[in-house]
Design a protein around this ligand. Structure first.
Ligand code: NOJ
Length: 496
């Protein structure tokens, strides 16, 4: 009897934290991938070369396992199978990206590769035939090499070139695509302009190249949004935004210094990209502008390393969204200082170190830990900072090396979704959709194939690139089907 009572007490304690809320009827679930990470077929049927082809071929040593995306998960040939995987989990939508070089091999509209257009038409039609909506990312980092040769995102003429590319996509696919993401994670992509040895294009201009890139990206996003509204919206009526990534930043202690370091971190790592679009007043956050301007002058520059928007540009960019696309993975503690780059750099501008609490559960990726409550705090921050916009979770997921019985991933998804429901029902955050990253294991950039994020396992040594369901795909399917998070996964929630 005593034993029985004890286990009952334990059971109640175990499910503590589990919410009984159900997902609203119109809430949509899906899964995400990106062209370079899954497609392969890097030089098939007229595709041009992009900056990730160049980086992986010229500098294989930049990738942990010396790998590349030449074949990746071979989705160019296996897209029908991928659609069946989506169907298996009951996905309402599939977020994928278009390879710019596959559609426009030169990067510009003088050459349109019909085979590329056919590929995405086939994929979109296959999705729709299976009752799955396409959500298309226009740019997920694989910039055409000929455009990089002109300076890439740091060349301000990229704005019009991007708008032309986007127009080609609206013309060819806009009749069927109702969800558009212009840019994926400008904060991460622009790191490619801060170091000679890392992300493509690997341009060594820290604290300069990244800010120039972001400036063009924001202008290109806004110009595309207005062009779509003007030329296509009346007929196509799609939704558009961009996908911004952010951790939650929790002050290490409640000292003023630590609290301010967390405020700087969120404004530099998220506000820099979000404030111009989602805030009432537009433009970069004041805190960010002031810090970079002051540091630039101290360093001997005649002007801020962060370019200025004109008044017209500020109002042109402000409000160019139909929802807030958010990619979220983890949380950091912050304190003052910077252990990385001491010269002009984003890190030195932010002056906030990012740390982990030792008790947080580890993942397969040393730069990320499992901190579900941080997700809820971030959603609340967005709600308060940007007047409660509709938020679409365009990515959330975890690296778990386990091949099939991926209990870490199950723990991650159930606990993060649980906190998302708390944010929605207890705090009034307006979350409208959720994409798991990722549908299948894929090429994880500089980590190559050493990190696995998929709901489905891909065997990268098998020429067939065979896909096999992981346990997490079954749990995710159950969540989508029941519209609830199963309570049985809330055992050792104490540290979360
Ligand atoms: C962010 C990126 O958008 C995606 O390409 C990447 O694979 C995942 N997060 C996981 O790191």
């Amino acid at each position: 009897m005593k034993k029985y009572l004890l286990s009952l007490v334990a059971l109640v304690a175990n499910v503590r934290g589990h919410t009984n809320h159900s997902f609203p009827a119109n809430f949509i679930f899906g899964a995400a991938t990106a062209s370079y990470q899954v497609e392969g077929a890097w030089n098939h049927e007229g595709k041009g070369v992009n900056i990730w082809d160049t980086l992986t071929h010229d500098h294989p040593d930049f990738m942990t396992d010396l790998s590349n995306g030449d074949i990746a998960a071979n989705s160019y040939f296996k897209y029908k199978e991928d659609v069946q995987l989506l169907k298996k989990i009951g996905a309402n939508f599939y977020r994928f990206s278009v390879s710019w070089s596959r559609i426009l091999p030169t990067g510009q509209t003088n050459v349109i590769n019909q085979a590329g257009v056919d590929y995405y038409n086939n994929l979109i039609n296959e999705l729709l035939a299976n009752g799955i909506e396409p959500m298309v990312t226009i740019f997920h980092w694989d910039l055409p090499q000929p455009l990089q040769d002109l300076g890439g995102m740091t060349n301000k003429f990229i704005v019009d070139i991007f708008v032309d590319y986007a127009r080609v996509l609206f013309v060819h696919f806009g009749d069927r695509v109702k969800w558009w993401i212009t840019f994926n994670e400008p904060a991460v992509f622009s790191i490619g302009y801060t170091t000679a040895r890392g992300f493509a294009p690997s341009v060594n201009a820290p604290g300069i190249g990244n800010y120039l890139a972001v400036h063009s990206i924001l202008l290109a996003h806004a110009k595309t949004y207005h062009m779509y509204r003007r030329e296509f919206w009346a007929k196509q009526q799609g939704n558009m935004s961009l996908a911004l990534n952010s951790r939650w930043f929790e002050p290490k202690t409640n000292s003023t210094e630590d609290v301010q370091s967390a405020q700087r971190a969120i404004q530099f790592y998220l506000g820099l990209y979000a404030h111009p679009i989602f805030s009432q007043e537009g433009d970069y956050p004041k805190l960010v502008k002031d810090r970079i301007a002051q540091k630039s002058l101290d360093e001997g520059f005649f002007r801020s390393r962060l370019p200025k928007f004109t008044k017209e540009q500020i109002s042109h960019i402000r409000g160019t969204f139909d929802f807030f696309g958010l990619n979220h993975y983890t949380t950091s503690l912050t304190t003052v200082g910077n252990t990385e780059n001491q010269g002009p750099s984003l890190e030195a501008d932010v002056w906030a170190q990012r740390l982990f609490d030792r008790s947080w559960k580890e993942t397969g990726d040393p730069s990320r830990k499992v901190v579900p409550w941080g997700f809820r705090k971030l959603l609340n921050w967005i709600k308060n900072e940007y007047n409660n916009p509709p938020v679409f979770i365009t990515e959330n997921g975890v690296s778990d090396p386990t091949e099939f019985n991926d209990t870490l991933r199950i723990h991650y998804y159930t606990h993060y979704l649980n906190e998302m429901l708390n944010a929605m029902f207890q705090d009034g955050c307006n979350v409208i959709g959720y994409a798991a990253w990722s549908l299948i294991d894929n090429f994880e950039w500089n980590s190559g194939y050493t990190q696995r994020f998929g709901l489905f396992h891909v065997n990268f040594t098998d020429p067939e690139r065979t896909r096999t369901a992981k346990e997490s795909s079954r749990v995710y399917a159950e969540i989508i089907r029941t519209r609830q998070i199963p309570a049985r996964h809330f055992h050792s929630a104490s540290q979360d």
